[in-house]
Design a protein around this ligand. Structure first.
Ligand code: ZN
Length: 136
C-alpha cells in the first residue's frame, strides 16, 4: 500500500492570498460583471438578486468591506438612459407616435433594462473596488 499524500484542497484557506496571482483591473471588473468573486473568479459574489454573499465560497474572500452604495444605480441609469432617450427621440422624429405608444414602448424598456442590468453593474463595481484596494 502506498503512503497517502495530502491532496491539495480545492478550496484554499480563507486569507491565503499566496495561491492567487495579482488580478488586473479589467479581469476583476469582468469577474464582478459575471457575478463571480473578483479574486478567484469561481465563487458567487451574490446570494440573492442584489444581496452580497458574506464571503467567497471558493477562496474565502470576505465581501463585507466592499460596499458599492449608489454607484451601480448611477451607472445603470446612465447606460439605460443612453438607450432609452435616443430611441424615444428617434421614434418621435421619424414616426410621431401617440404619447401612449411611446410610454408603452419605453417604460417597459426602462424598467426591465434597469432591473436586468443592475446586478451585473453592481458586480462590476464591486470587482473594481476590490481591485483598487489591492494597490494600497
Ligand atoms: Zn473567490
Amino acid at each position: 500500500m502506498t503512503p497517502s499524500i495530502a491532496e491539495p484542497t480545492a478550496t484554499p484557506a480563507a486569507g491565503d492570498w499566496s495561491q492567487f496571482p495579482p488580478v488586473p483591473l479589467w479581469t476583476a471588473l469582468k469577474r464582478g460583471f459575471t457575478r463571480r468573486c473578483p479574486r478567484c473568479g469561481q465563487g458567487s459574489l451574490f446570494k440573492g438578486y442584489l444581496t452580497m454573499a458574506d464571503q467567497c465560497s471558493h477562496c474565502g474572500l470576505a465581501f463585507e468591506p466592499y460596499r458599492s452604495d449608489d454607484v451601480p444605480a448611477y451607472f445603470t441609469i446612465l447606460i439605460v438612459g443612453h438607450i432609452v432617450v435616443p430611441g424615444l427621440l428617434a421614434l418621435e422624429k421619424t414616426v410621431h407616435p401617440e404619447y401612449w405608444v411611446q410610454m408603452a414602448i419605453w417604460m417597459p424598456v426602462t424598467l426591465f433594462g434597469t432591473l436586468a442590468l443592475l446586478p451585473f453593474i453592481k458586480g462590476a463595481v464591486i470587482g473594481t473596488i476590490w481591485r483598487s484596494k489591492q494597490d494600497k
